[in-house]
Design a protein. Structure first.
Length: 307
């Protein structure tokens, strides 16, 4: 019987990214066969795993399904599974899973909308978020204030923020007249509020921020705000190849399962904004529409294909 590294199996089982699982093991949250687990431990199907005091079922390579879902996040949702303040979360309206759980690839703050990617494969999540992979993120941003060429050049050369130097790998004017203008900008990291802080460092106010691309994955125009779409097996395989992952079993439901999943998909409602304690607000936003457009050159070799 083959065994695998504990953190890798936990990540594949949907408990989080591999880096997060490594941190949980170091924090003593994982018990292996009645002993505190440690980094480097290997497990197989006969081993007993306790996570945060509760037994868990692990998904090994032979049984795992690699699934990826694209979500268009509305205003007002937080990127946590359980919010202590009771605010709506991005997980509230995702389709249920028989096996594992959805893992968010990166985060967006409560006031940022747009592309969020979820997967059942912690290794895929780890590849997309790890700095060594040099996966860029593209945002559409509406700023209030006068922007000149010198300012854009400073933002591309680098600005000193509270947590170190930061910059846009590319930034370009997109649309708009008057005080509010739209720009598309690209960052190579996922630091907290990095895009907002870069613009604010120049004395500008960000009043709309939307992620439109994460690496090779674009936010499709047919995925409306507050709704999701699962990638097809072909799209998942293409993304895995872009990330240099080994081929894995993809989701191929039975006819009955496919019919049920289609019903869940069709029941979705457009939700421009979500407010704590209220039902989803359905409204048609006027103006300020942007199209997902890639700007600048990628720094990731051959990982620039659209998925």
């Amino acid at each position: 019987m083959s065994d695998e590294k504990l953190q890798k199996v936990l990540a594949r089982s949907g408990f989080g990214s591999r880096r997060e699982m490594e941190r949980w093991i170091e924090e003593g949250r994982v018990v292996l066969n009645d002993q505190p687990a440690k980094l480097g431990d290997r497990v197989s199907a006969v081993d007993k795993i306790i996570l945060d005091g509760k037994p868990v079922t692990l998904t090994f390579a032979s049984m795992a399904e690699r699934r990826v879902l694209i979500y268009n996040k509305p205003l007002g949702e937080v990127c946590t599974r359980h919010d202590p303040e009771g605010r709506p979360t991005v997980f509230d309206n995702l389709p249920p899973l028989k096996q594992g759980r959805w893992v968010a690839i990166g985060r967006l703050d409560i006031n940022t909308t747009g592309l969020l990617i979820f997967t059942t494969d912690g290794e895929l999540a780890n590849r997309m978020m790890h700095p060594s992979m040099q996966i860029d993120r593209e945002y559409a941003v509406r700023v209030l204030g006068d922007v000149d060429d010198a300012m854009l050049e400073r933002l591309k050369q680098g600005v000193l923020l509270d947590d170190g130097m930061a910059k846009f790998s590319d930034v370009r004017y997109f649309d708009g007249e008057g005080a509010n203008k739209w720009y598309h900008c690209v960052v190579m990291e996922g630091r907290n509020r990095e895009v907002r802080r870069l613009w604010e460092s120049q004395g500008l106010q960000v009043n709309r921020l939307k992620r439109v691309r994460f690496g090779p994955v674009f936010l499709p125009s047919d995925i409306k705000v507050g709704t999701w779409r699962e990638m097809s097996p072909k799209e998942v395989d293409l993304l895995a190849r872009e990330l240099e992952l080994d081929k894995a079993r993809t989701h191929r439901p039975t006819p009955n399962e496919a019919e049920k999943e289609q019903r869940i998909y069709k029941r979705q409602r457009v939700r421009q904004a979500v407010v704590k304690g209220q039902a989803a607000v359905e409204e048609k936003r006027r103006g300020g529409k942007t199209k997902a457009r890639s700007v600048g050159k990628r720094n990731t070799g051959n990982r620039g294909r659209r998925v």
